[in-house]
Design a protein around this ligand. Structure first.
Ligand code: HPA
Ligand code: ZN
Length: 326
């Protein structure tokens, strides 16, 4: 219980959070009503009951369905503010949030609506809560590279407000190499690069993301344990891994948290961090994810200090700002 309090009080950064995945069922119903959208569920309880996933795809199907209630700038602002207030309570001082523009533009919501709504929330969170926030625009890997290029072009007027690009959605069968040109262009524009890799895909997806996309940070990366050489390389280059324990458990990536690779990766000297991924769907915000590692893997206070330090070291904040947090 002291450890729970210690975790709660630790200043931390969150580096792996899909803003659409922070849509709580209560807000989903509120927005459905506001926008006159019919949900395929009668009430909040039945939505929650549907959150049982056997794999990533089962989750993604329901996650994209949830985004249908998001229509206006105000909706995106409310969505992001709800997350910022919640993260602030967990002592998250800095957050780098993913957003999936293609899941909105594909259903006719203009790119600018998404951006203006999110940016209004970022400004508000920085002013009201003293948080710092950065935006990472993700490409949906089940779509083609041309669609990713179109998205990058739409982002052009906002590039000074976007820190980086990422890669998410269905991993297996959509390797990093599929997006080599668009990542190269994003790099040329000065953006940071991240990619989901080694969540359901094997270690070769991580290797490709590093070798072909030149990513600055690995999202998930659990399956790096399968390639010892790659693990050594990740430790030596101090590349951060954004690990999401409750997500791994809910998506059956690691069905039993007692077998979670995070403690092993930490001991091997990798820069691992703990994050919530899609907290509204996976049953917990960032502190709950820290607690899960305490409860199921026996991590101690000193481990969490290191992990929280890693969250700032692995962030895209300027070096001086990072130093101030350590
Ligand atoms: N993996 C892949 N795509 C996603 C995820 C994830 O954990 N969350 C939202 N989109
Ligand atoms: Zn994710």
């Amino acid at each position: 219980n002291n450890l729970i309090k210690f975790i709660a009080a630790l200043p931390k950064a969150e580096l792996h959070l899909h803003i659409e995945g922070s849509l709580e069922p209560e807000l989903m119903f509120e927005l459905a009503k506001r926008n006159k959208v019919t949900l395929p569920f009668p009430d909040v309880e039945s939505v929650k009951a549907a959150y049982n996933f056997n794999n990533l795809q089962e989750f993604l199907d329901i996650y994209y369905q949830g985004t249908n209630v998001l229509k206006t700038e105000e909706d995106f602002c409310d969505l992001a503010m709800a997350y910022f207030y919640r993260a602030h309570r967990d002592n998250v001082l800095h957050s780098e949030i993913f957003f999936d523009p293609q899941s909105h533009t594909e259903r006719g919501i203009p790119f600018n609506v998404v951006m203006n709504g999110l940016l209004a929330a970022v400004t508000k969170a920085e002013a009201e809560l003293g948080m710092s926030v950065q935006l990472i625009m993700c490409f949906l890997r089940h779509l083609d590279e041309e669609s990713a290029f179109a998205t990058l072009r739409m982002a052009e007027p906002f590039l000074d407000k976007i820190t980086g690009v990422g890669l998410d959605s269905s991993e297996v069968g959509n390797p990093p190499s599929k997006f080599r040109h668009v990542f190269a262009e994003a790099r040329q524009k000065g953006l940071k690069l991240v990619a989901h890799a080694g969540e359901e895909g094997d270690a070769s997806y991580i290797k490709e993301a590093l070798d072909i996309l030149n990513i600055d940070r690995i999202d998930h990366g659990n399956r790096i344990t399968e390639d010892r050489l790659l693990m050594t390389r990740a430790a030596r280059s101090a590349i951060a891994l954004t690990i999401c324990p409750l997500s791994n458990q809910k998506l059956q990536v690691v069905p039993d948290l007692r077998n979670h690779p995070l403690p092993y990766l930490l001991r091997q000297g990798l820069r691992v961090t703990i994050n919530s991924d899609d907290p509204a769907y996976f049953g917990g915000y960032v502190n709950d994810n820290y607690k899960a590692l305490a409860e199921y893997c026996g991590l101690k206070a000193a481990d969490f200090v290191e992990i929280a330090r890693n969250s700032f070291l692995g962030s895209f904040l300027p070096d001086q700002t990072v130093a101030a947090y350590l």
